[in-house]
Design a protein. Structure first.
Length: 248
């Protein structure tokens, strides 16, 4: 049965604690969740499946290995435990077909979470919707490969916007160009951490320029001297707001 989009949102909330998420960078200064998921298959196991010749002990060991895998999601965990509480045929049926069905459930929930994440960019949303409307193999491919490609597309757009922003300083422009001409990891790292540091470099230069002026008040000079060795956040606040509050 195909889940509706509202039902997916509910399922995502219910299964969220068991899904493993990482957070590669997306968009200017924002991180998003990244999901890893093993591939699934939509076809039933063939009659000559290796599971047909396994003993009950071997089948149980195989399922316990699946449960011990930190990447195993809530759906697979639930069905694996049901199988362990059942008969030998239940064990075999889980390994031959049930695991793939449960894995697709986990993949569907992971994609629903991405669609519900406000940090997901346009490319991620576009490809996630395609995968959600596709096959189990489409969903597995998206989570294992397509998501990273879509995130990098969104990261490229975010960096291009920084380069087009007249407010971007020299350090931001230098870092953005370097990231844009680098790898997908370079772009993700720039947006996650490099942008913050580059902005701080530009802000520190801006504070130094304020201190070099001869027409500023004693209060503004004192505030600028106090913040010039501060954190990136303190520098950003001073440039955007603080300097105007001093003499207000």
């Amino acid at each position: 049965m195909r889940l509706t989009r509202p039902a997916l949102a509910l399922a995502a909330g219910a299964l969220a604690p068991a899904l493993l998420l990482t957070t590669p960078a997306f968009a200017a200064g924002t991180a998003t969740a990244s999901v890893t998921a093993p591939a699934t298959t939509e076809t039933a196991a063939e009659s000559d499946s290796p599971y047909d010749s396994m003993t009950e002990e071997e089948l149980r060991i195989e399922i316990l290995r699946i449960l011990a895998d930190p990447a195993t999601g809530a759906g697979v965990t639930r069905e694996a435990n049901k199988a362990l509480d059942g008969t030998v045929e239940d064990l075999r049926a889980f390994l031959k077909t049930g695991r793939a069905i449960a894995q697709d459930e986990d993949n569907t929930v992971a994609i629903a979470r991405l669609l519900a994440d406000p940090a997901s960019g346009k490319a991620v949303i576009r490809e996630a919707n395609k995968a959600l409307d596709g096959t189990a193999a489409d969903r597995a491919y998206f989570l294992s490969t397509g998501l990273a490609i879509a995130r990098d597309e969104d990261n490229r757009v975010a960096i291009a916007r920084l380069l087009a922003d007249p407010a971007s300083g020299k350090a931001v422009i230098r870092g953005a160009n370097k990231a844009l001409n680098g790898t997908a990891a370079d772009r993700a790292n720039f947006l996650a951490t490099g942008l913050r540091l580059a902005r701080a470099e530009d802000d520190r230069v801006a504070v130094a320029k304020i201190l070099a002026r001869t027409d500023i008040s004693a209060a503004l000079r004192a505030a600028a001297e106090a913040v010039i060795d501060g954190t990136p956040e303190e520098l950003r606040y001073f440039i955007e707001v603080g300097q105007y509050e001093v003499d207000a």
